[in-house]
Ligand binder design. Structure first.
Ligand code: AMP
Length: 264
């Protein structure tokens, strides 16, 4: 696996990739787990070459503390990328990515008023801006995003359509632990007691026959604080807080398969 610390090094190599070779792209913020690995494996299956990026993007964090405490585990991440057979790893630096500051931004005007957009002011603008920058730098044929962050996937797909980028945006199913809890870098910050509560949250949230109100009541009763629990376009979405750890999840309603386990 080739690792790039500067944009110039990567761009020089990008120019050497023949137009006949397809490049798949998996952007991440690191602290990689089996959820990320599934995106990487899908990209490897569907493309000649795969590039993963690791960049903890400061502009998408609406709380400075969340950015500071975001887990950074570069050594283990590089081992996972290498084991997964990734060809290239881009490790961009903030000073290069935001060389002109945070002066040009991608704003979306509808989804940013809903759910994650409403509860995390500025989050989607920061996320769309970094994804646009990375798509321009990587120039992939396909890019892979997890359905765990479903609003994010929809926004990126629609941004690519709006700006006529010739890139396929591919959704990948959420990978879960046996309790149904979605793998997330934030799970690592849970204490053992909070971890049990997170498993309980997942079990309750996946009771798809209950109404939103019943789910909110059940979650609140066991000590989970619910930011929102809503349905849109046949999916149920939620964000909850367990202590100071915020977890999000969603699933398709009326679907016979709503949980993808890794068997872990
Ligand atoms: P992150 O590093 O959290 O920014 O995530 C990078 C990509 O991995 C995003 O497209 C996420 O939606 C995806 N992802 C994170 N967790 C999971 C999971 N449990 N299953 C599938 N995809 C995931």
């Amino acid at each position: 696996m080739q690792i790039f610390h500067t944009l110039a090094d990567w761009r020089a190599v990008r120019k050497t990739i023949p137009v006949t070779a397809s490049l798949g792209f998996v952007p991440t913020m690191g602290n990689l787990h089996v959820g990320h690995a599934s995106l990487l494996t899908t990209s490897r299956q569907e493309n000649d070459l795969t590039l993963a990026s690791i960049f903890v993007n400061p502009t998408q964090f609406n709380k400075p503390d969340d950015f500071t405490h975001y887990p950074r585990t570069l050594e283990a991440d590089l081992a996972l990328l290498s084991d997964t057979g990734v060809d290239y790893c881009l490790l961009p630096q903030e000073k290069e990515i935001y060389a002109t500051g945070y002066t040009y931004k991608i704003d979306e005007t509808i989804s940013h008023q809903l759910m994650e957009g409403k509860h995390r002011p500025g989050h989607f603008t920061g996320m769309l801006t970094i994804v646009m920058k990375l798509l321009q730098l990587v120039q992939p044929q396909r890019a892979y995003f997890g359905e765990k962050d479903y609003q994010q996937f929809q926004l990126i797909r629609d941004m690519v359509t709006s700006f006529f980028l010739d890139i396929e945006i591919k959704p990948c199913p959420t990978i879960r632990e046996t309790s149904g809890l979605a793998y997330s870098s934030r799970n690592n910050r849970l204490t053992p007691e909070q971890r049990q509560l997170a498993d309980q949250f997942a079990r309750i949230f996946h009771q798809s026959s209950l109404s939103n109100e019943q789910l909110i009541t059940a979650l609140t009763a066991c000590g989970v604080s619910v930011d929102y629990l809503e349905e849109h376009e046949g999916r149920r979405f939620t964000a909850v807080n367990i202590g100071d750890i915020r977890l999000i999840d969603n699933y398709k309603l009326n679907s016979s398969v709503s949980v993808t386990h890794t068997g872990a």
